[in-house]
Design a protein around this ligand. Structure first.
Ligand SMILES: C[S@@+](CC[C@H](N)C(=O)[O-])C[C@H]1O[C@@H](n2cnc3c(N)ncnc32)[C@H](O)[C@@H]1O
Length: 270
């Protein structure tokens, strides 16, 4: 991969000029662009391919255009207590905007109560490739003032997630970053990798195994979608069960499996 290719800057800026991708981590755009050039693609084709990949791994999940400015205005009028009814209503409304959290709403309470409550209340978490999941805070068994770390590739999304967590009194340490470049600076109790491994596979085939190994957390909560964004199930429960088994095969990790109507989850104790 040649990061000195003279066509690289034009591809990066053409992609970042598109409103859908303007808040995406520039390093990730650069990496994908360099990869397309290495395949011999011309500038225009490379812009198309990089945009398609960014759509597939990130932008496609926005069911509704995120209204960060309006949400931030609403946030300042809300209680600082995440258990407050108005905060919960706000979170449910915001989480509708992202397919991934939207399809978890019907199982949200049982999801966190069944999986994390037995090991909680937690004092520190990583939420990796988090999307709008930090808005599930009212349903998560976290201690008041817990440390909340993690990343996603959209800087505007991360700024909003951090504002919400800080409003609720957490130590909000999410950063805009590509997970493969994310530096784990301190160990935490639990890392959430919710429905992200399939996206990450589309980006870096075969890299998930090393990622799981490197995450400094006692517990990993890993989940998979059981329907595609288009709503088809296509045997995804079986496919992802097999994928998870091969990812963790040969490791002395304790695994507990959880089946929900809209998600398949595994709690790994390292
Ligand atoms: C299927 S969604 C899951 C979101 C969230 N974890 C949840 O379950 O609600 C995948 C998320 O991964 C993010 N993502 C994709 N590639 C990423 C990468 N390389 N590093 C960090 N985040 C990434 C996307 O922006 C998106 O928010």
């Amino acid at each position: 991969m040649n990061k000195n290719d003279p066509n690289l800057p034009a591809i990066i800026s053409a992609v970042l000029q598109k409103p859908k991708y303007e808040h995406i981590q520039a390093d990730l755009v650069e990496r994908l662009a360099a990869r397309e050039l290495a395949k011999g693609r011309k500038t225009k084709e490379a812009v198309k391919e990089v945009s398609a990949k960014l759509h597939q791994i990130g932008a496609a999940y926005f069911k509704l255009a995120p209204q960060y400015a309006r949400w931030l205005e609403e946030l300042v009028t809300l209680s600082h207590d995440p258990a407050h009814e108005d905060v919960r209503a706000f979170c449910l409304q915001v989480m509708q905007a992202h397919s991934s959290t939207a399809e978890r709403l019907s199982i949200l309470a049982e999801f966190y109560a069944d999986i994390l409550a037995p090991i909680g209340p937690l004092e520190s978490v990583f939420d990796l490739a988090c999307g709008l999941n930090p808005l599930a805070l009212p349903w998560m068994p976290l201690k008041a003032g817990a440390r909340y770390y993690g990343c996603d590739i959209f800087s505007d999304l991360i700024a909003f997630d951090n504002a919400f967590l800080a409003h609720c009194g957490l130590q909000a340490n999410l950063i805009p970053a590509d997970i493969f470049q994310y530096e784990f600076q301190q160990p935490v109790q639990a890392a959430l990798l919710l429905k992200s491994l399939p996206c990450l596979e589309q980006l870096e085939k075969g890299a998930a195994s090393a990622l799981l190994e490197a995450i400094p957390a006692k517990y990993l909560l890993i989940s998979y979608p059981i329907r595609s964004l288009g709503g088809k199930s296509k045997g995804m429960r079986q496919t992802y069960s097999a994928q998870f088994e091969s990812l963790t095969a040969g490791r002395k990790w304790k695994v507990t499996r959880y089946e929900f109507s809209s998600e398949l989850a595994f709690l790994v104790e390292k």
